[in-house]
Design a protein around this ligand. Structure first.
Ligand SMILES: *Cc1c(COP(=O)(O)O)cnc(C)c1O
Length: 374
């Protein structure tokens, strides 16, 4: 019999009974969006869980990024990395800003802080680093550079839900941090996102952007859009937040099993885990050195697919080489990002993935190697 498909991730869902109990009151109130009771409850619980002063709930992670860039009134150039999901770069461009691509470091694939200053010009207004795969950026160095040059820092924290570094919640770093609660992320509200921020005025502008700039029934003081999180999504958030620590614990088991199986295999490097980070195990990236391993990234992906296992080429291609940006950026300007993106894959990881399946995935990978010539 054919094996069941294993996808790279599987959304976490509460028991159906738990969710229906949570949304029952919506049929009493008929208040299903526009910052109702679920929205208020979830917002407070989220701020507490993330250990942040303020979090604005929004419709998705992409709008969190766009709205933050717009609420800050930024103009000019933004330093960022091309080794990320399309959203990061699109949000910058769609906000009328020019991305300037900085390379990534080989240690954890986040922005190479030693190169940031050489990219700063009189037009630079902000840095948008990405905590890619949940690896937290070199926040101290980014902070130092930003202060010295008067730049805003907006973290794309879509991969870093619930993480802490030296005990501090990841949402506290920089001027703002944008989270995604998309179905495929560690924590989901079906679709959703949040912006963590410190500055009260920024919060007010974010709220304007989220709700048409409406303040009271007769006062519209801001030119806003609509990016509200509805009550059904907030209810999903309330339910999923109850189980998030357990979910992360189960992901950790999968992560450790992969590491045990793949440890010491020549040519395969699981990403390093920082010891001062309380990790969320969102992804399991594996870097392939095809010469040392004897097979390349693409042939591993193919072999897995033949066995109904679907790993992903995250992140390939790099955003600066997207078709829509052809001729605008030079992808060769970030050679490390280019090289990593050609040789990395992310393996399936989610709370319900069995150890048996993890072992099977690792066996498939091993079978890609040519027979030993002894
Ligand atoms: C998922 C993701 C986003 C966008 O979030 P959505 O909620 O899907 O809009 C932005 N940046 C990164 C790095 C992501 O992985």
């Amino acid at each position: 019999m054919a094996q069941k498909k294993i996808l790279v991730t599987r959304p976490s869902m509460p028991d159906m009974d738990e969710y229906t109990a949570e949304i029952k009151s919506l049929w009493d109130s008929h208040w299903i969006t526009n910052m109702g009771a679920k929205h208020r409850t979830f917002q407070a619980q989220l701020e507490e869980y993330l250990g942040v002063g303020s979090a604005e709930l929004v419709v998705n992670g992409h709008m969190a990024l766009e709205m933050t860039l717009q609420a800050m009134g930024l103009e000019g150039e933004v330093i960022t990395t091309p080794f990320t999901f399309a959203s990061t770069t699109h949000a910058i461009v769609r906000s009328g800003l020019t991305p300037v691509f900085c390379d990534i470091n080989r240690k954890n694939y986040t922005i190479d802080t030693s190169q940031i200053e050489s990219l700063i010009t009189e037009n630079t207004c902000a840095i948008v680093p990405v905590h890619v795969y949940g690896c937290i950026c070199d926040i101290e160095e980014i902070d130092r550079i930003a202060k010295k040059h008067g730049l805003k820092v907006i973290y794309d924290a879509a991969h870093a839900f619930g993480e802490t570094r030296k005990g501090i919640g990841v949402g506290n770093f920089g001027d703002a941090s944008c989270f995604s609660f998309h179905a495929t992320k560690v924590f989901n509200t079906i679709e959703g996102g949040a912006i963590c921020y410190k500055d009260r005025e920024l919060g007010e502008r974010l709220y304007d952007l989220k709700n048409f700039g409406i303040h009271g029934s007769e006062c519209v003081s801001g030119i806003g859009a609509n990016a509200k999180m509805n009550e059904f999504c907030a209810a999903m958030g309330i339910c999923n937040l109850r189980h998030i620590d357990e979910e992360i614990g189960r992901r950790k088991k999968v992560h450790l099993r992969y590491r045990k199986n793949l440890n010491g295999i020549k040519g395969l490097s699981p990403r390093a885990v920082d010891h001062d980070v309380d990790f969320n195990y969102a992804y399991f990236p594996l870097l392939v050195d095809s010469e040392k391993f004897g097979a390349d990234r693409d042939s591993i992906i193919e072999k897995l697919a033949e066995n109904n296992i679907f790993a992903r080429k995250y992140f390939y291609p790099i955003t600066s080489s997207f078709e829509c940006y052809r001729g605008m950026f030079d992808p060769e300007a970030t050679p490390v990002a280019m090289e990593i993106s050609r040789n990395i894959l992310t393996l399936p990881i989610y709370a319900g993935l069995s150890m048996k399946n993890v072992d099977r995935i690792c066996e498939c990978i091993m079978e890609c190697r040519p027979p030993a010539v002894t």
